[in-house]
Design a protein around this ligand. Structure first.
Ligand SMILES: [Zn+2]
Length: 144
């Protein structure tokens, strides 16, 4: 049986290195949908919706109201220097350390963020089978 938790989300800014329009620093109100699969237990539950929401909220809080930077980019370098984060390469930025999260992705695309979210969530939600990340009402990526 499949169960779905939706209505989760976070707000963040990012840029896509080298992209003609998305290369500019901009933001999204990301929405997240989580699908779990399993047989209902003695309680009649595949998983407790509350537990799934709590696990997701903890992960999403790490990226909420922050600038998402790619830690594995071949086009920009990200270096933490004291209280600042310096971005160099095809984009030059200096941002406050507390406003930034450096993610283990090549680029902060919807696709890469969906994989990152899945891999983080599956640690705490073993019944997880799919994460869909919406960057707006028209565009999303699902993994796997
Ligand atoms: Zn974007």
């Amino acid at each position: 049986m499949l169960i779905t938790v939706s209505g989760l989300g976070f707000a963040a800014s990012h840029f896509l290195a080298g992209h003609p329009t998305c290369g500019r620093l901009h933001g999204h109100n990301y929405r997240v949908e989580i699908v779990c699969e399993g047989e209902p237990d003695d309680r009649g539950m595949v998983a407790d919706f509350h537990d799934i929401r709590a696990a997701a909220a903890a992960v999403l809080d790490e990226v909420d109201h922050r600038t998402l930077l790619p830690g594995k980019s071949s086009e920009v370098s990200v270096a933490v220097e004291g209280d600042e984060v310096h971005v160099t390469g095809c984009k030059s930025l200096v941002l406050p350390r507390e406003d930034v999260v450096v993610l283990p992705v090549r680029n902060t695309t919807c696709e890469e963020l969906a994989v990152w979210l899945h891999d983080r969530l599956v640690e705490d939600v073993p019944s997880l089978v799919n994460v869909r990340l919406w960057e707006n009402e028209r565009s999303s990526a699902a993994y796997p």
